[in-house]
Every structure is written in C-alpha cells, then in structure tokens.
Write a protein of this length. Structure first.
Length: 117
C-alpha cells in the first residue's frame, strides 16, 4: 500500500509546536548557520598518493608529492592539498570568505571544525 500525498490530516498541538520550532530555527544547526554566506572565492582541491591539484576560476595549481609525502595517509594529503590550494590561489586575499570543495568527508569535517576533534 502506497502513500496518499493528497490525503489530509489534523496535527495535534505538540506537532504544531514542533513544526513552529523547526520553522523558526531552520537556518541554524548546532548553533551554526546552515545557509551559506556570500563567498568571495570558490576553490576545488583534490589529492592522490601521487600529487595534488586545485582550481579557482581560471587559475589552477598543483604538483607531485615527494616520495616521503606520498607515503602519508590520504586524509593528511587532502588537508595538505587544501592548504597548498589556499596558499597558491588566494594568498593575497585578506578578510575574504573562501568556499573550498574537498572530496574527503574527514578533511571537510576537520576544516569545518577548525582542527578541533
């Protein structure tokens, strides 16, 4: 039996209170805004065991790892690639909002939490 999305039902008072709370707080998650402020720069970065790359509008950067760095864990390399991307593509920016796309959820979480566990 499927759902009937055209069906109507009544909400009890607690459901109404809960929906009102969600409506009032939908733009925040754990005290942080979930809507993205306007950004000045958008960068995509990526890393592999052999090197890194990044792109920002019509600029790009990248390089190969040394044999020692290439032996590091991929999560570390993703963070290092992000750092190098920022250094090479927006090093002259002061007080700007940078959005960076990384394909590692671990690196993403680490950056969003500013290095705190």
């Amino acid at each position: 039996m499927g759902l009937d999305y055209d069906d109507h039902g009544a909400l009890d008072e607690q459901a109404k209170i809960d929906l009102l709370w969600v409506s009032d707080n939908i733009t925040m998650l754990n005290g942080k805004p979930i809507t993205e402020p306007n950004m000045d720069v958008y960068i995509e970065s990526d890393a592999s065991l052999s090197g890194w790359g990044a792109i920002c509008l019509d600029q790009n950067g990248g390089g190969r790892w040394t044999s020692i760095k290439g032996s590091y864990h991929i999560y570390y390399l993703e963070l290092l690639a992000t750092f190098f991307a920022l250094q090479s593509l927006v090093s002259q920016g002061i007080s700007i909002h940078v959005r960076i796309q990384v394909d590692s959820s671990t690196a993403f979480a680490y950056i969003n939490n500013m290095g705190r566990g």
